[in-house]
Design a binder for this molecule. Structure first.
Ligand SMILES: [Zn+2]
Length: 136
């Protein structure tokens, strides 16, 4: 249920208006003075970062600053940071790969010693990592 915050220009107070649906025509009325001269403020709901905006911020090239893809430690900490940003548990294999990278093992060595790695991950692993190629 969307909640909109309005500012009453009659009495200067703020009032919250609930709507049943986004498409519903809303005629907000100030709860304090009954005035109808309300201007909408940014919805509180909009302040919460959406999944989409989080993915967008991950694709932000500035997030890749400092990533040296030839350095396993750099790659490992980047991958850890990315998984934390996603807020998802990517599984024990992912954790192990990140741990090994951070301890300095090369992606190739890790791949060899972990034949069970998912194919999709193994294929591009350690390859180019420009923002556009990230398989999210
Ligand atoms: Zn008012």
């Amino acid at each position: 249920m969307p909640i909109y915050e309005y500012h009453c220009t009659d009495c200067g107070r703020q009032t919250s208006v609930f709507t049943r649906s986004i498409s519903e025509e809303v005629k907000p009325v100030c709860r304090a003075c009954g005035g109808e001269n309300l201007s909408r403020l940014i919805s509180r709901v909009a302040v919460v970062r959406s999944e989409e905006s989080r993915l967008e911020s991950m694709a932000d090239p500035s997030n890749f600053a400092g990533l040296d893809e030839d350095d396993p430690r750099s790659l490992g900490s980047f991958m850890r940071q990315m998984s934390q940003e996603m807020g998802e548990d990517l599984g024990p294999e992912f954790d192990e790969v990140v741990d090994r990278l951070e301890s300095g093992q090369s992606p190739e060595d890790i791949e060899e010693s972990m034949p069970d790695l998912g194919e999709g991950m193994g294929e591009d692993f350690g390859g180019d990592l420009p923002a556009g190629d990230l398989d999210l």
